[in-house]
Design a binder for this molecule. Structure first.
Ligand code: GLU
Length: 300
């Protein structure tokens, strides 16, 4: 396969239909790809079957069509990729950086060195399981891992992984591969050159950069967009009851999402077709115009 100069992707988790927050991510990554003549792929992150909401995958595909966000290539599904994830895990195990962990959530919360709600695993099982303990999850050792990358919008991002994130899970107690590992394997295999997504994933990106270094995979370029939050500073999501995108009338949300990214179309395009609005946005896309913040409230 010849390597594209720019290959981006949108990777929604099918836990529900797309909402305004997901539209911002989809739109930002689409416009960044198309403004550079790049490809834009769609990956459905259905790694965790119990979290896949009935009908959500179909609803996502239909919303993307309604909003004119046409993807390249075949849709990728994480549920079909277990073998590739297992091979990457074996690679990490070969490096001696993976260990079995027997700790329960409660034990981790009790001994965590992190903030409440964001426990940092302190490495209890690194030296082996205590007698009588049963292995639950597999973790990657983060000792000595200071990770950094340059984000196209947020600037330099760095973290002492051991202290601030802790040894993180690569395979869960229920046998499912962790999102961090799956995302790295999929993005690398598809030759994704540019990852554009919400700044709520910055911590994930640091873990993913670490996994890429371990697996000797090249780093893509990263662009983390501001996340839309409500007046309480909560991310718009299914949990905060963000309504699904209006499929019959895409223009208002499309324009509002563009305004959020500081790319409001000119008045002459008010009432124009989705296709025309998107064409204008592709022409006028400039990362320098996007507010370099991690979260923002949309103006109504
Ligand atoms: N599916 C995840 C999400 O929607 C990850 C997306 C990504 O890797 O960009 O939050």
């Amino acid at each position: 396969m010849t390597q594209a100069l720019y290959r981006g992707r949108f990777a929604p988790s099918p836990t529900g239909p797309l909402h305004f927050g997901s539209l911002i991510t989809a739109l930002g990554s689409y416009l960044d790809a198309k403004s550079q003549g790049g490809e834009w792929w769609l990956r459905i992150d259905d790694l965790d079957p119990p979290r896949v909401a009935p009908g959500a995958i179909d609803a996502i595909l239909r919303a993307m069509e309604a909003y004119g966000l046409a993807w390249d290539g075949a849709v990728q599904y994480q549920r079909q990729r277990g073998e590739a994830y297992a091979a990457a895990l074996a690679g990490l195990q070969g490096l001696g950086v993976v260990y079995a962990c027997a700790c329960s959530r409660r034990e981790i919360a009790d001994s965590s060195i992190g903030r409440p709600g964001a426990p940092v695993y302190p490495g209890i099982c690194r030296a082996g399981l205590a007698p009588g303990k049963i292995a639950r999850a597999l973790r990657v050792d983060t000792r000595g891992a200071c990770v950094d990358f340059a984000d196209r919008l947020q600037g330099a991002v760095m973290q002492d992984l051991e202290r601030e994130a802790g040894d993180f899970i690569v395979q869960r107690a229920d046998g499912l591969f962790a999102y961090q590992l799956a995302a790295v394997v999929d993005d690398a295999e598809l030759g994704i050159t540019d990852i554009v997504r919400g700044a709520d994933l910055l911590d994930s990106t640091l873990r993913q950069v670490y996994l890429r270094r371990l697996l000797d995979l090249p780093l893509p370029r990263y662009l983390h967009l501001p996340v839309a939050v409500n007046a309480l500073g909560e991310k718009l999501s299914k949990q905060t009851l963000a309504p699904p995108l209006d499929m019959a009338h895409p223009q208002p949300a499309l324009v509002q999402a563009l305004r959020f990214l500081n790319h409001a179309p000119p008045q002459a395009l008010e009432g124009a077709e989705t296709r025309e609005i998107l064409a204008w946005a592709v022409q006028n896309w400039s990362v320098a115009r996007i507010p370099a913040v991690r979260s923002m409230e949309p103006q109504i």
